[in-house]
Design a binder for this molecule. Sequence first.
Ligand code: PMP
Length: 419
Amino acid sequence: RKSNDLGTFEHYESSVRSYCRSFPTKFHRASGYQMWDVEGKSYIDFFAGAGALNYGHNPPEMKKKLINYLMEDGISHTLDMASEAKEAFLVQFNKAILKPRGLNYKVMFPGPTGTNSVESALKLARKVTGRQTIMSFTNAFHGMTLGALAVTGNKFKRKGAGVPLNHAVSMPYDGYMGANTDTLAYIESYLKDSGSGISLPAAVIVETLQGEGGINVASNEWLTGLSEICKRYGMFLIVDDVQMGCGRTGSFFSFERCGIVPDIVCMSKSIGGYGLPMAITLIKPELDQWSPGEHNGTFRGNNLAFITATEALSYWETNQFAEDIAAKGALLRNELDEIVAKFPELKGEARGIGMMQGIAFEPGIAERISIAAFERGLIMETSGTDSEVIKIMPPLMIDRDGLMEGLLLLKNSVENVVD
Ligand code: PMP
């Protein structure tokens, strides 16, 4: 699909370096799980800003809070200074998220995006342990700045850096070497070899479910085992919950399903609630060893994002939201299994948890399905190193009807690819 399939995009393509090749139209407005382009065509959003729009487009209660704040000349930008909006977020985050889960973390603001959170985590682990390297996994995605890219296991993304990216040790993710290979045993044998000159890593950074890497789910046992290895070798466990956090897999933190307690947690995307840039890094209190100025940045702490982020946390005051995600996730899996069974010639495999699911195909098919879906009014990305997986991540607030409507478009698109 070329961008100039759409006449108006020719100019755009030649003058702008950053445009979206996958969805060649110009969008105008959005509400809930729907988007409309300038021609008035509507789309169902199964992409949700790559996880930045878990609460949907323009959620009314957040919009209202934001408008009121602006009308009262609320301050938008205070960098590191204290503000009412920041304080309200911190109080609410403790009350609605950390306390009920018995978690004790300090919250730091590492910059506006997920990759900033990852950078802060890697830097802090290196500083506190005095060690150099970070262990990460095949097919991982952690961001596009140099530090985060060094722990990203995707050759195409890494190629953009133009230089070898060291300070990282790549290990096989759960299942990467086939069902019969115990990757944890492999990892531990590597670590045991430290006597032969291999230096122990400062930390392990892991996604509990790899989103960009192809919707690969790590089992609870694997994650628990990994956490134990970290303790045995004095490595910090960093969970990158930038994409899987804020309810994507069914609970606020993705690691709640296996009961591990990471030393550091990276969050961004939906933490701001409204698609506004915001990131946090959660660190165990004893790790707060930063000296002044060691990790700062102009856009740390945007008050507009604090306003919507605080409101977003009210979704988590009861269990209802999590229960709804589980119910819709089960429905979604049912429907995906049906699609897989209906088109055996495509050799699809449904995978994922909660509202982070997809179907893996042989290379080439997922992209064709995504194109057919776009034509039918469904926005859906692919993931995986070879874009071999269709990635279904609707806003979590989508209702049953919206979900079924989107899935019907998906079925249609798969049929079209089979024909
Ligand atoms: N970590 C994970 C797991 C991600 O999915 C992403 C973004 N896709 C990032 C980090 C980087 O976040 P950002 O794009 O906001 O820098």
